[in-house]
Design a protein around this ligand. Sequence first.
Ligand SMILES: NC(=O)C1=CN([C@@H]2O[C@H](COP(=O)(O)OP(=O)(O)OC[C@H]3O[C@@H](n4cnc5c(N)ncnc54)[C@H](OP(=O)(O)O)[C@@H]3O)[C@@H](O)[C@H]2O)C=CC1
Ligand SMILES: O=C(CO)[C@H](O)[C@H](O)COP(=O)(O)O
Length: 614
Amino acid sequence: MLSKKAGLPFYDADDFHPKKNVEKMQKGLPLDDEDRTPWLEKLSDEMVDWEENGGAVLACSALKVDYRKILRRNGVQIHWFFLKGDEALIADRMQQREGHYMPVTLLSSQLETLELPRHATTIAIDQTPEKIVEDIMSDLKNNKAVSSFGIIGMGVMGSSLALNLAEKNVKISVYNRTLQGVEEDVAKKLVEAHPEVKGILPFDKLDEFVESLEQPRKILMMIPAGQIVDQQIARLLTFVDKGDVIIDGGNSFFEDSAKRQQYLQGYGIHFVGMGISGGRDGARKGPSLMPGGSPEGFDLIGPFIEKIAGKDPNGKPCLHYVGPDGAGHFIKMVHNSIEYGEMQVLAEIYAFMRKGLGISVSEIVKTFQKWSNQGSGSYLMDATLAILTAEKDGELLLDNILDVAGQTGTGGWAVSTAAKYGVPYAPLTAAVTARLISTHKEVRGSMSQTYPRQAEKIDQKEILGALKGAYQMARLVNHEIGFSLIKKVGTAENWGLNLSEIARCWTNGSIIQSSLMEKLSGVFKSSDCLMASAVLKERFEKDSKDLAEVVGAGLKAGVAMPVMSAAINYFYGMSTGQSAANLVQALRDCFGEHGYRLTDDASGKVHRNKWMKK
Ligand SMILES: NC(=O)C1=CN([C@@H]2O[C@H](COP(=O)(O)OP(=O)(O)OC[C@H]3O[C@@H](n4cnc5c(N)ncnc54)[C@H](OP(=O)(O)O)[C@@H]3O)[C@@H](O)[C@H]2O)C=CC1
Ligand SMILES: O=C(CO)[C@H](O)[C@H](O)COP(=O)(O)O
């Protein structure tokens, strides 16, 4: 009757049981989880087709929370109705039923297994079938919750993710704030600008947006980090309900995300701090996703975000639940710190080639293309090639772009986090510093007059052969340190981070995807330190010589190479058995009585009273 009324096909889940389940029930034996799992999985796959064809009515004894999880694992939109009746009434109806394999004796075991659904409309079955159908139809009609997923913030990332989700058949609602006269109807304009993409409902009122989402609601915020996130959460709290999930997909500081998860837990809200990489194109076509925080929250959003994630070389989604607390945003922070290093190395090698060696831009492009084809390719290298070939009015566009680089937080946070956890992170510090120096444009201009550099002529022939090795080595060290930060913090916080999975998650969709990242995903399966990995030993040995040579030549030529020199210094430092830190410690003791340990007995500190005569 309901099927007719709703104009949708009807399916009875009982018809999908395999023969062995039917035979078991016929014998009066209750099914267990092992019997039911493949059956529910089959149903959840069928539901994808049903949804694509406009929907269906399914009757199913989805008794447990976990069973319902399986049913929704493909992220289809489901309106749940719980048909409630007492045991005697159900038994009576079962007895009247003809030609069904299930004996009444199994009913009590079913009711024992039943875990009441929290997010379903309960319909009493002690009414006429007509009334039951009427109740369901009226609930469907009055139900304003029509979308499976909501996104707040229709900027670069939010709008691209919204279009991506909608194209994967996820019904979504989108919301953007209104600033009278400045930002109006932003969400509506997005929908109007993309008539080819169906299934997006725009809102400019937060309450209506939240009401449009089916429960448990899944709300992704794509807004700037900081207090704005707290303010948005505070506004949402007025409208959301227990069991809903709030996801922060922005570049928030991971310690803030851990606090927000704790805070929202108090309201029964699941909070997921999710790193997202890929910029506009990645978000639109397949980003790399690094969720962390509430595992229950991740469980609920997983089927949806899996649909939009980029795919690694083996076709697996670039999506990895990294760990609890702020682990997702921590991993995104480190991702960005590697990104800072990668970009700065590209800038340094380009500057050295152009200014130090006097190589033309078209030759630099050819060289970079060659490196790409020889296994040093990356998304950022491709982007650099695009930039180095972009012209405006017959001139290289790059030459018309002001040499001032901004930053929005993650790099600086990574520097302070590395210092807090005792991880040497000189290349990142150098990359952040290089951007800071770039902002002092006026001072740089005037100082370049005061200190004009007399660059030494470099023998191109000698240095050209070392360039690629130097580039590779700086990148290798940059990655080594990023992952060492992940290892250190992950261990200290007991997050159980998986380096190989994290690298895998960055092999596509991510700004730092590269051939190297694909290799590292394999290397991290057997080693958690690149410098100690036998696979990379030869490369470290050879390329470190090239890097030293290029950095030396670069400095001689008067070109700053902060990240590349930090990288070779890191490598030298970490492979120096006997360093000069003893002098530093002795000095500390000399002026500050900080004490020192002796090489033949490091168990305790000693202090020398009189280092200096006066
Ligand atoms: N761009 C990128 O490559 C990436 C960005 N991110 C992160 O994703 C988040 C969004 O970035 P992106 O889309 O680039 O940023 P945009 O600046 O393009 O968009 C920001 C969005 O946030 C909204 N917003 C701004 N202030 C407020 C506020 N006070 N209250 C509510 N909404 C507000 C804006 O609305 P309005 O239009 O009205 O101002 C806009 O919709 C940031 O945290 C960013 O760091 C993460 C990965 C990549
Ligand atoms: O997260 C990103 C890419 O992965 C964003 O583009 C972010 O803005 C980059 O950081 P910054 O603005 O500090 O350069």
